[in-house]
Each structure stands twice: as structure tokens, then as C-alpha cells.
Write a new protein. Structure first.
Length: 197
């Protein structure tokens, strides 16, 4: 059976509405993963965040027309998480809750890596505007990265900063200030290679 093409043709605003709905679904889906992972970690559980991540990634990739680049972004984001959070955990600058399952042992907790993987899928969708300016992406990372960790620390104590706290917060700002434009830049190059705007 062929799909009816008249829906979009007779309703020019249909496609933008569908696209907006997909962007909101991506944003809300990531937030759901974030809260699931963080709250579960507060109770010492790493697996709920991982399960939520797998479900979110499967859902997003299943509906995606950009699976190749989004799979690459997930791999890059996981690499960033392994280096950044793994270094902070190993150095003792941050003590992570639910860290019994970490990659490698003593490194980045599974629930944090789940957040990195899920976050990668926002770069082509709800945060795709960051592709337009890598400077804005860097600023977003410098401010938003540490802020997310600080909120998780204050509200659920899933990350504990060693004194002086500015060491860990500064490292997070630097790490996210590099990771965010890297992810946005890779996504932007893919759009250009496909002839997009």
C-alpha cells in the first residue's frame, strides 16, 4: 500500500509541525533519560540509566534519517565521557554515586556514559542550532556542562566535588567547552557533505 502524499501537499504546515514535534520529543526524551539516570544513581543504581539510554537511542535511531552520523556522534561522545569523567573520577576531583559499574574500573560510571550517549542524539535535533556557530557551542558547553553536574550534585548528591570545587568545575568547563563544538562540528560537516544548509 502506498502512503497518501496529499497530507503534506494539502497542508503545507504539516511538515514543520511534525518536525517541531520530533524536536520536542528529542528534548523531552533526553531529559527523561537524564532524570532517570541521575535519580537512580542517587539510590546507588546504574542500570536504570543504561536501560533508559538504550531505549532512547533505539527510538531515536529507529526514526532517524541520519543514523550514520548519529552513530558516529554517540561514539565520539562516549570517548569524551571516558576521558573527561574517567579522569575526574581517577583524580578524585569528583566522587560519583553508583560507580561500582565503571568503564574502566575506577573510571567513568556507566550511568554517566549513558548520559553522554543520549546527549549525542540532541546535537542533530533539539540542539542542532549549535551547529551554526561553534563558538556558541563552546560557550554552551563551558556553561551548561558544569551547571548540569552542579545541579545533579546539589539536588541528588550523585556527584561530590572535592575541595576546592573550582578544580572539578573548571575541568568540566574545559572538557565540555571542547566536547560541545567537537560534536556540533562533526554534525555540521556531515550536513555540508550531504549538501544541506
Amino acid at each position: 500500500m502506498m502512503p497518501a502524499p496529499s497530507t503534506t501537499a494539502s497542508h503545507p504546515g504539516h511538515a514543520p509541525r511534525v518536525e517541531r514535534a520530533a524536536l520536542w520529543a528529542n528534548f523531552i526524551g533526553y531529559q527523561a533519560v537524564w532524570f532517570c539516570a541521575v535519580i537512580a544513581a542517587a539510590y546507588g543504581l546504574a542500570w536504570p540509566g543504561a536501560v533508559a539510554c538504550v531505549a532512547f537511542v533505539a527510538w531515536q535511531l529507529g526514526a532517524s534519517r541520519q543514523r550514520r552520523i548519529e552513530t558516529r556522534l554517540i561514539a565520539i561522545a562516549l570517548g569524551c565521557g571516558l576521558v573527561l569523567d574517567g579522569s575526574l573520577a581517577a583524580s578524585g576531583w569528583i566522587d560519583y554515586a553508583a560507580s561500582s559499574v565503571s568503564v574502566p574500573p575506577g573510571g567513568a560510571p556507566l550511568w554517566i556514559l549513558s548520559l553522554w550517549a543520549s546527549f549525542a542524539l540532541t546535537v542533530t535535533q533539539s540542539l542542532r542550532y549549535l551547529q551554526k556557530s561553534l563558538w556558541v557551542a563552546a560557550l554552551f558547553g563551558v556553561v551548561g556542562g558544569p551547571l548540569a553536574y552542579w545541579c545533579a550534585s546539589r539536588a541528588w548528591s550523585v556527584v561530590v566535588f572535592a575541595a576546592p570545587q573550582w578544580h572539578a568545575l573548571g575541568a568540566l568547563a574545559l572538557g565540555w567547552g571542547v566536547a560541545m563544538p567537537l560534536l556540533a562540528g562533526v554534525a555540521r560537516m556531515d550536513v555540508r557533505s550531504r549538501g544541506g544548509s
